[in-house]
Write a protein that binds this ligand. Structure first.
Ligand code: DGP
Length: 115
């Protein structure tokens, strides 16, 4: 596994995180700078630097991340009111950690367009 980012260290339990879900392919934990009452990051255990670096081989993994985000949202009690999933890609997208991650945001009404 690459040792590139802080998320790899979270996967390896080298730094603490508030983990809410884990399976063989992904890990979900609470964002350290929450932008909503519920703010969870869903990341693949395989290091993919961002969705812009995903290949067709990553299709099942990308699907898995979205399905788990939906499952976690339901477990967090967000399904009825709704929530937002965000993937930031690259500098203009606001991506700061070069390890693919899906933001799950909920617990308040979201604005559109995003900033
Ligand atoms: P992005 O800007 O899309 O790359 O989002 C990266 C997110 O990662 C950002 O919302 C803050 C979060 N984050 C950065 N470092 C840590 C950390 O060490 N622990 C946790 N739980 N979240 C982190």
């Amino acid at each position: 596994m690459s040792e590139k980012t802080i998320f790899s260290k979270i996967i390896r339990r080298e730094i603490p995180a508030d983990i809410v879900y884990e399976d063989d392919n992904c890990l979900a934990f609470r964002d350290i700078q929450p932008q909503a009452p519920t703010h969870i990051l869903i990341i693949p255990k395989e290091v993919v630097a961002g969705v812009q670096h995903a290949t067709p081989d990553h299709g099942p993994l990308l699907g898995h991340l979205l399905l788990k985000a939906s499952q976690i949202a339901a477990e967090q009690g967000l399904a009825a009111a709704g929530y937002r999933l965000v993937i930031n890609a690259g500098d203009d997208g606001g991506q700061t950690v070069a390890h693919l991650h899906v933001h799950l945001l909920g617990g308040r009404p979201m604005q559109w367009p995003p900033g």
